[in-house]
Ligand binder design. Structure first.
Ligand SMILES: Nc1ncnc2c1ncn2[C@@H]1O[C@H](COP(=O)(O)OP(=O)(O)OP(=O)(O)O)[C@@H](O)[C@H]1O
Ligand SMILES: [Mg+2]
Length: 214
């Protein structure tokens, strides 16, 4: 049973996807209308671990190991098919508001900021959504901008940024509401060596970051 010093507790967590399966071609497409074949994919198979408050943890595994699926379950985007998970004492799949306010999930291959706007405008939107008091917001925003050295980049439309530049401004945006748990899925996508070490700045107290062994 997790205690209050445990930020993330996972016991026997599993996720099995049921995916339709058919051969290529028109004939197979027609046949699949009448007889649908499915296959089970065990994306996560009985994973157990605990992460204490304040820990920074790397979550390693080869392609297809189930890292992204696990993080999606821990942030309440997917229902587990087995086992249990608690994050900050909440069951993620219930997606309770106090839980969602305290976590953040950054996915290297997804955009959370508005594509056509400068990141500064999206940060304002986050401020309104999370109802962050202005002085607190401005202080942390400017601190993070300086730390990740993105002073010029946050004024350009996000679509004009390079992959690594976009990742840095995404990370700033994800920390503005001071999440207590930060889930980073492939956060170092596109970042150069200089930034990889600076990319886990944390006003968040617990950080879980995925990557692959080379
Ligand atoms: N929505 C889905 N439907 C069916 N299968 C899925 C789905 N999402 C993931 N999978 C499968 O589950 C397995 C785990 O995928 P996942 O994305 O969690 O791996 P990963 O460890 O994040 O891999 P990578 O390092 O390539 O990002 C893979 O075999 C994948 O094909
Ligand atoms: Mg992944």
């Amino acid at each position: 049973m997790p205690d209050s010093a445990t930020a993330v507790h996972v016991a026997g967590l599993s996720k099995t996807f049921v995916v339709p399966e058919r051969e290529a071609g028109l004939g197979a497409a027609a046949r699949s209308l009448f007889r649908r074949r499915t296959r089970e994919v065990r994306a996560v198979d009985g994973v157990s671990f605990s992460i204490a408050s304040g820990e920074v943890v790397g979550f390693l595994g080869p392609n297809g190991a189930g890292k992204t699926t696990t993080l999606k379950m821990l942030s309440g985007l997917l229902y587990p098919t087995g086992g249990e998970a608690t994050v900050l004492g909440h069951v993620p799949s219930k997606r309770e508001r106090p839980f969602l306010r305290q976590i953040t999930l950054v996915m290297g291959n997804r955009n959370q900021l508005q594509w056509d706007l400068p990141a500064l405008d999206s940060y304002e939107l986050n401020r309104a959504i999370y109802r962050i008091p202005r002085t607190q917001f401005v202080g942390l925003r400017d601190e993070l901008i300086e730390l990740l050295d993105v002073g010029d980049l946050v004024r350009k439309p996000v679509r004009n940024l390079s992959l690594g530049e976009r990742m840095k401004v995404e990370i700033v945006g994800s920390l503005l509401h001071r999440p207590r748990v930060l889930f980073l899925d492939e956060p170092t996508i596109g970042l150069d060596g200089r930034c990889k070490s600076a990319s886990a700045p944390s006003s968040a107290s617990t950080t879980v970051a995925t990557t692959r062994p080379c």
